[in-house]
Design a protein around this ligand. Sequence first.
Ligand code: C5P
Length: 227
Amino acid sequence: MEYEVVLPAAGSGKRMGAGQNKLFLQLAEKPILIHTLNVFEADVNCTGIWLAVKPEERLFIEALLAQYNITKVKGLPAGGEERQHSVHSCIKEMSNVNIVLVHDAARPFITHGIIERLASTAFVKGAAIAGVRAKDTMKKVRDGVITETVDRESLWMIQTPQAFRFDLLAEAEDVAEKVGFLGTDEAMLVERLGHEVHIVESSYENVKMTTKEDLIFGEAILASRKS
Ligand code: C5P
């Protein structure tokens, strides 16, 4: 199933504490951003990449695209204050797209198999997001005291990519902007419209590079894939 992908890359990565955009940090001698871009560059079904960037980083990112021969980027709009604003700035520039995927640029280990299942489920159902089953016992806590043990069977940890029919996501983003609603993922905006969002079981390897420990996991994942 053909699709275009939006990669928000305009964060500051404060939790990484690197003093620079974490996407420029190296894993196995390549920037995290390039690992993520390579997945979509190599996917025959990906017909375009949209990167939300900080304006002051645009030139540097364009140089990286040239250096690593990334050819599918169609635009690099300015990102916003929050991730949702960064995604929206890409959506506003896109046209003639049927299926759109939104994927954190900081998740470099996504596989073609999961992408394909997301894109084809979104084509049939409208909205499909990647997630994995909660592994640990989950409890609600208030003021340091357990208030409830939650049934783990119904709990999923949500990742990206999140895939949508383009018109559905564009409407959800526009409505959220109009009423000033800020969600923590794109699915929340679509759920608010009353539309069903389907889950596609993903992999625990699809981690987001958020803190320093994640870089250690990242190197380990790359090493295990290599061997
Ligand atoms: O901070 P976090 O890792 O959750 O961000 C997820 C992704 O969203 C990252 O790739 C980051 O660059 C991007 N982002 C963005 N604009 C923001 C905040 C985050 O594009 N304002």
